[in-house]
Ligand binder design. Structure first.
Ligand code: SF4
Length: 510
């Protein structure tokens, strides 16, 4: 079997995993990226992995440093109406993914097809998945059934591409989302969104499709790419109105039929810049794409210029829109200044636009790290930030983010859980990017000032962190860590309120 010509079983032939395929008791999740990649290529997934490598260029580390990437695809499926999602992977991975999806309020069942070494290697797993899809494909309940191959089934070549494309009018989409091929959960959203756009585009090319649930706007629309706070599309709609345009669906969509409306647009705004495969689908449909986002005064002005250019809006109309919109944003920013030195990092893909907003709010921002890759759609944000002296790091590692904290000694570190934890242990206030920044409006006048109160309050808490650090000084360190390679001698007196470790077994006590 070669990479270029993977074995495609006949329809009546049960696909079998190739010799040397990954088994649950053979090489598995922890075998390392290169081993898993080699196994997956050997098993016929070479074409998919080559596309992922191009779309999602890897960073300096060979494993995701955030949550399992497949969560991104799972979340996209779980947030859509009339969509069933099935995971195919190791039970431990599925447990974690199901847990986190319910933690984030999925309120929807996650399908799972379990496997063993035998069902994986003999091809029975594929048959089991096929059976599960047939059982679920009820057109009264679902528009689409999504099946997601996790690491081990991808590396074993479980051929989801051989699933029927449609059963009883229910669409079937199978995707591989391995941690060794898709670097972040953000990019995994793109994998499923693009697969859906591709399917919907082919449907639209073949004839009439289902109308959207809500009445369509009369004006030409701009489709928004990237999950955002619900107020943001409304804000953007308000900015488009004076240009004679309207806001279209947000991709990833909340329902299958919205995909047709998303494709039927005047232009696409890649508000989140990492949707490479989805952008390819829009471009194949002949839609122009613009990057960055309407954040702050400069960002909004440049974004409106781009919209006007790709939608052929007259200069007078554009100037009038800017004259009515920009002063309100300027005023909102001036009314909610942020005072303090900040470092910012995250894995959502909106880090650069959030950083722009902080700078226009007056923050002394020194560093922006994003787990996402550099793409053309954030180039303007990068240039703008670097012109302000900000260090921008794509595919940033946890080590990069921590080094920035050490270098810039910020008053506030915004970042992921381990970044916030590290900042607090240094007596630096920390805020979670995902929960506290990306879950707020960022666009237009509503975005200006939306984060200032939270950030200023956190910056003002530094004295409390210093107090807490003194109080807990020594807890969890050295002998107080509870791991004693040898019997501790000359134990220090109790640090703060932390209790002195009890004697160990060598002292005759449990
Ligand atoms: S699917 Fe892969 S990346 Fe996700 S938890 Fe399992 S081994 Fe890790």
């Amino acid at each position: 079997m070669t990479l270029d010509a993977p074995h495609t079983p006949a329809l009546n032939e049960t696909p079998r995993a190739p010799e040397g395929a990954v088994g649950v008791d053979g090489i598995g999740c922890h075998a390392g990226r290169e081993t898993m990649l080699a196994a997956a290529r050997e098993a016929g997934a070479g074409e998919t992995l080559a596309r992922y490598a191009k779309d999602y260029p890897a960073g300096p580390h060979d494993q995701p440093q955030s949550m399992c990437p497949a969560f991104g695809s799972l979340r996209v499926g779980l947030r859509m109406r009339r969509t069933a999602t099935i995971l195919s992977g190791s039970a431990c991975c599925v447990y974690g993914l199901t847990f986190i999806s319910h933690f984030y309020g999925a309120r929807r069942s996650v399908g799972y097809v379990p496997f063993s070494s035998e069902t994986l290697v003999t091809g029975k797993l594929f048959e089991d998945i096929r059976e599960a899809v047939f059982q679920l494909a009820d057109p009264g309940k679902f528009d689409v059934v999504v099946v997601i191959n996790l690491c081990v089934p991808t590396a074993s070549g479980v051929p989801l591409r051989l699933l029927p494309k449609e059963i009883n009018g229910v669409r079937v989409i199978g995707i591989d989302v391995p941690g060794f091929g898709v670097p972040t959960h953000a990019e995994a959203k793109d994998v499923l969104a693009a697969a859906m756009l591709s399917y919907a585009r082919r449907e639209a090319e073949q004839g009439p499709v289902q109308a959207p649930r809500a009445p369509r706007a009369q004006e030409p629309t701009i489709t928004l790419l990237g999950e955002m706070f619900p107020l943001d599309p409304i804000q953007i709609g308000g900015m488009l109105k004076p240009l004679g345009l309207a806001v279209g669906p947000v991709v990833p969509t909340r329902e299958w039929r919205e995909l047709y409306g998303a494709l039927d647009c005047c232009a696409v705004a890649a508000v989140h810049p990492f949707y490479t495969a989805s952008i390819r689908e829009f471009q194949a449909a002949g839609r122009p794409v613009i990057g960055s986002a309407p954040v702050g005064v400069d960002g909004t002005a440049a974004w409106l210029d781009d919209v006007a250019k790709v939608c052929n809006i007259a200069t007078e109309k554009l100037d009038a829109a800017k004259a009515s919109l920009l002063p309100a944003i300027r005023e909102a920013l001036a009314g909610a200044p942020i005072r303090g030195r900040i470092t910012l990092s995250g894995y959502e893909g909106s880090e650069l636009i959030a950083a722009r907003l902080l700078i226009e709010s007056g923050a002394d921002l020194r560093y922006v790290g994003t787990a996402c890759p550099r793409t053309p759609w954030s180039e303007r944000d990068r240039e703008w930030l670097e012109a302000k002296g900000v260090q921008v790091r794509y595919r940033a590692t946890l080590e990069d983010d921590l080094a920035a904290i050490d270098e810039y000694e910020p008053d506030l570190a915004i970042g992921t859980t381990p970044v916030v934890q590290a900042a607090k242990s240094r007596s630096i206030p920390g805020l979670y990017f995902t929960n506290l920044i990306s879950a707020r409006p960022l666009m237009g006048a509503a975005g200006a000032g939306s984060v200032a109160a939270t950030l200023n309050m956190a910056i003002g808490n530094r004295a409390r962190f210093t107090e807490m650090r003194e109080f807990f000084s020594g807890v969890g360190e050295g002998a107080a860590a509870g791991v004693w390679p040898e019997a501790p001698k000359n134990l220090p007196e109790t640090h703060g309120k932390a209790s002195k470790p009890k004697a160990n077994r060598e002292d005759g006590a449990c």
